[in-house]
Design a binder for this molecule. Structure first.
Ligand code: NAP
Length: 484
């Protein structure tokens, strides 16, 4: 059963200790649990119990990857529970999905005891990390330090004695809960899909604008990433009527927004309103991401990069391929121009309204994009040479009445040609189903959606984001498994 944060208040938050081995997590955790009248869970001990062997044996027999997998599973389980004091293993913060789970219903304390002090003064026994000497131990700490910092709500530096550390943690815990209640209750905590978003006075605002916009998955994607990274931002959906993008931009600047994404019908309208346009936004003559700094608007477009990364993840490099794109709307434009830029051999754009395909091809270097009708005769000529077929029409999308009437043109494709659909709802369109049944590798638009969001958040926050880690975090959010 999934327990939503909606049903769990801040007084039931787990108290979580992170830090290097030997930093005192287990002893502190035990004492804290006693003082708070809570159950204490030592993650390493729990792993040993579940596996029926020591951690050193797990590492020796099955390797670190296996250990981390078991650790992640247990963290996911524990984060569904309340009123625990949890001491995590030193490397638990290495996986962003662990950090996201721990933070989703817990206050995370980093016991930041100096690593050289730990190594010189603690008996680290046969723990794997202690086996390679002090220099290796310090190097591991240096590599993890930033991850600890980002995972933590509160950093503990006072290690005068174990009692002092425990008292400090309890003081900070009480202060944190007090602040949480005062800052956020009752409207300062937003839950969406079981995810909690915290609001502070310092929280920076982001949103997606559109008309319509209520269907957008951007808020759940962005807020999940924001929460996982411990960033002080909130992301909302904002209705902005067609033709009102200019008024919205002024309002957003006035209201102190850090930026916004744009969907239909604003992407083109925003172009002349920007103080700066990045290379892709200039190439597509469309903006899907605006970051606002010092009153200036920076326009970006992450759609093409998002699609490119989503196919690269599947081992599909467009370089040298003959690509066939169905559709010539906004999405087709960013995909076609990006793939032409990435040295696809040739890109065909096939569209019901041929003039739109021709207009698109005129935006690319001569001869790199070829316009075509989308009828059976044209497809019979083009598709046998196709190395990558992409649907960029809205046919088959949830909420769109129009559907493919005849997909027999898929029979013209070479057997090893991958087939993509930019649509992600439903997760498998009729187009993709028919391609899969003919034995083709298929890919829907969800990963494109995630990657364009990752790149947008990088622009908003000026931070590098590990997109693959974010995909792992977003997967259970966007594809929830049925409850037992
Ligand atoms: P758009 O600008 O409205 O373009 C729609 C395209 O579909 C046009 O080429 C249009 O042809 C064609 N079309 C619509 N109805 C048709 C029909 N009955 N028969 C033949 N062609 C038809 O929309 P868009 O922004 O490009 O979006 C297209 C799709 O991509 C949507 O389903 C959208 O959800 C998806 N998308 C996904 C992502 C992602 O991140 N995965 C991002 C952007 C878009 P005409 O030109 O002849 O009208």
């Amino acid at each position: 059963m999934t327990t939503s944060n909606q049903t769990r208040g801040e007084s039931s938050l787990n108290l979580i200790l992170i830090g290097m081995m030997g930093s005192g997590k287990t002893t502190c955790g035990y004492l804290l649990a006693q003082r708070m009248g809570r159950k204490f869970v030592d993650m390493d001990e729990l792993i040993c119990l579940r596996e029926g062997r020591l951690i050193s044996d797990i590492f020796a027999t099955d390797g670190e990857e296996y250990f981390r997998k078991v650790e992640s599973e247990l963290i996911q389980e524990l984060s569904q529970r309340s009123n625990l004091v949890i001491s995590t293993g030193g490397g638990a913060i290495l996986r962003p999905e662990n950090v996201a789970a721990l933070r989703s219903h817990g206050v995370v304390f980093w016991l930041n005891r100096p690593a050289d002090h730990i190594f010189d003064n603690e008996d680290l026994g046969d723990r794997p990390l202690a086996q390679n000497g002090k220099a290796a131990f310090l190097k591991t700490f240096a590599m993890r330090e930033e991850k600890y910092r980002r995972a933590a709500h509160i950093v503990i530096q006072d290690f005068t004695s174990i009692q002092v550390t425990v008292d400090t943690i309890l003081d900070q815990w009480a202060q944190y809960l007090h602040n949480l209640r005062n800052v956020s209750a009752p409207e300062g905590r937003i839950t969406k899909g079981g995810m909690m978003v915290e609001l502070r006075n310092s929280t920076k605002k982001l949103c997606v604008i559109g008309d319509p916009v209520e269907h957008s998955k951007s808020p759940i994607i962005q807020n999940t990433m924001i929460s996982a990274m411990g960033l002080d931002y909130i992301y909302m959906a904002q209705f902005v009527a067609r033709g009102k993008a200019g008024q919205w931009l002024e309002a957003a600047k006035m209201a102190g927004y850090a930026g916004f994404n744009a969907t239909m019908p604003h992407k083109v309208d925003l172009v002349p309103l920007m103080d700066y346009l990045d290379e892709d936004a200039r190439m597509y003559k469309a903006v899907n991401t605006v970051s606002i700094r010092n009153g200036l608007a920076y326009g970006h477009n992450t759609d093409g990069r998002g699609f490119l990364q989503s196919i690269l993840d599947e081992g599909i490099d467009p370089k040298g391929r003959t690509v066939v794109i169905l559709g010539a709307g906004g999405a087709a434009k960013s995909v076609a121009l990006k793939l032409a830029q990435q040295k696809a051999k040739l890109v065909y754009v096939c569209n019901r309204t041929l003039s739109k395909a021709a207009a698109l091809s005129s935006m690319a270097p001569l001869g790199s994009i070829v316009p075509s009708p989308i009828n059976n005769q044209a497809l019979a000529r083009i598709l046998p040479r196709c190395d990558l077929l992409i649907n960029c029409t809205s046919l088959g999308m949830t909420g769109v009445a129009d559907q493919w009437e005849d997909l027999s043109f898929l029979d013209y494709l070479p057997a090893d040609c991958p087939v993509c659909d930019l649509i992600y709802s439903p997760s498998e369109t009729l187009f993709l189903e028919q391609a899969r049944l003919r034995g083709h590798q298929t890919l829907n638009g969800l990963n494109m959606l995630i990657w364009q969001a990752v790149f947008a958040l990088e622009h908003f926050t000026d931070t590098h984001i590990d997109g693959h880690a974010m995909k792992a975090i977003l997967d259970p959010v966007l594809n929830p498994r049925p409850e037992n």
